[in-house]
Design a protein around this ligand. Structure first.
Ligand SMILES: Nc1c(N[C@@H]2O[C@H](COP(=O)(O)O)[C@@H](O)[C@H]2O)[nH]c(=O)[nH]c1=O
Length: 207
């Protein structure tokens, strides 16, 4: 297996993976695993809650700034492919994805429409999809304390979505994928670790 494939640098999104020493210096309460790769994919895996298919509803602002609840990150991500498109069929598609019974169904609907009716996909999708995913993940890992702790507990490890098919969000079968989902989770982990160290510094000053 090409382990190095999981680590290939990408200029616009290089994950910050703190070493064990750095992690301890930032937050001594976090006991990092020895440097390793943590794979996740299916929701029933040990780290399955990292999957976008995990049933954790998120609240995200719509185009008017009103908060809307989505049953999973996957629901939100798939629906975003069609947001802002003036064709009424695009809005129909968003509504159907929003009420999809499962993340699998939401993914199926979003992918099928994208393939069969590409004119319904927003023209800037390829350039905004990473940011859409980042914002959804940030909400998910901010509002569920146990998910936040689980993410922090992986400090020092590389996170890889073990999708054998998805070479953009996943790591691929042999590490040939770009692993953007793992990279975004590592980026968020660094941000949360940075915030907790800043908070503890402020506490020290207050004392
Ligand atoms: N976890 C997981 C998948 N992976 C997810 O699929 C999404 C990519 O969708 P698209 O951009 O439409 O190809 C993204 O959220 C990625 O994390 N796919 C699956 O079929 N089953 C699964 O259990």
């Amino acid at each position: 297996m090409l382990i190095s494939g999981f680590l290939q640098p990408i200029p616009d999104l290089t994950p910050t993976i703190p070493s064990e020493d750095e992690t301890f210096a930032i937050d001594p309460t976090v006991a990092p695993f020895e440097t390793s790769i943590i794979f996740f994919y299916k929701t029933w895996d040990l780290y399955g809650a990292f999957s976008n298919f995990s049933p954790h509803p998120i609240q995200m602002p719509d185009e008017d700034g009103n908060y809307v609840t989505w049953f999973s990150v996957e629901h939100y991500y798939q629906a975003n492919k069609f947001i802002g498109v003036s064709n009424p069929l695009a809005q129909d598609c968003i509504d159907k994805i929003k009420s999809a019974k499962s993340p699998e169904e939401a993914a199926r609907m979003g992918r099928l429409t994208q393939r069969r009716q590409p004119h319904l996909v927003r023209s800037d999708w390829e350039s905004v999809k990473i940011d859409v995913m980042y914002r959804a993940l940030k909400c998910k890992f901010s509002i569920y304390p146990h998910l936040n702790s689980m993410l922090l507990s992986t400090a020092g490890s590389v996170l890889v979505e073990a999708s054998p098919h998805d070479l953009f969000w996943g790591g691929g079968r042999d590490g040939e994928g770009l692993n953007y989902l793992g990279r975004l989770l590592m980026k968020l982990r660094s941000e949360f670790l940075g915030e907790s160290s800043a908070a503890s510094e402020n506490t020290c000053i207050a004392l």
